[in-house]
Design a protein around this ligand. Structure first.
Ligand SMILES: [Mg+2]
Length: 214
């Protein structure tokens, strides 16, 4: 892999679930509840619903029912907010964010999770102040780069100075689409090989992240 020079990084867009904390959400059960809601609304076969948000959007469009989209998203909000109360902190995550803040790196969460759950996790584990671009803040969620483009403007930094930190190929794909460097931890569903194939520098944990920036 080509070496990634992170010394010019001035801001970081950090994923929440699987990167800083672990939210235990039973996605199969949640998908089942969404499926039941769509069936009630007249869409008995909405397909795979993977990714779930895109599946909901497509189903609501087919039905011509924005209210169904809102109700499906409310089911997700509820599951995420419940999970935030039991979230666990991932190794090195808080220390890494504190170290970046100390170095005056501007910090943001960029997440497909709802804002209430993001804020609950940040407060619960006493993370340093971070901007939040949550699910409800963008029209097109990851892997679309919309959140990253917004953060480049908010922090007034070029793409090369905005580091993406994540655990999922969606994070790495969003980074690549925006032209941002990406560091990833293979804590979740995406393998080390899949993350590296999307151009991410893969670390075992976030412990080593601060030293890469100096
Ligand atoms: Mg994640």
């Amino acid at each position: 892999m080509r070496p990634l020079d992170l010394r010019g990084v001035r801001a970081a867009a950090v994923d929440l679930d699987g990167t800083l904390v672990r939210l235990s959400i039973d996605y199969d059960a949640l998908r089942g509840r969404v499926r039941a809601l769509l069936a009630d609304a007249g869409d008995a076969d909405p397909g795979e619903l993977r990714p779930l948000l895109a599946g909901i959007d497509a189903a609501a469009r087919r039905l011509g029912r924005p209210d169904v989209r809102d109700r499906a998203l409310a089911l997700i909000d509820e599951a995420e907010t419940r999970a935030a109360a039991d979230a666990t902190l991932l190794p090195g995550a808080r220390e890494a964010m504190l170290a970046l803040a100390e170095r005056k790196v501007r910090l943001a969460i960029f997440s497909r999770t709802c804002r209430a759950a993001v804020l609950a996790c940040l407060e619960r584990f006493a993370f340093p102040p971070m901007e939040v671009v949550a699910r409800e803040d963008v029209a097109r969620p990851k892997p679309h780069p919309e959140a990253l483009l917004r953060l480049q403007r908010a922090f007034d930094v070029p793409a090369a100075a905005l580091l993406v930190v994540g655990d999922h190929v969606y994070d790495a794909q969003a980074a690549r689409a925006a032209g941002c460097p990406c560091v990833a931890v293979p804590t979740g569903v995406s393998t080390r090989a899949a993350l590296a194939a999307e151009g991410a520098l893969v670390l075992d944990t976030l412990d080593r992240l601060p030293e890469l920036l100096s």
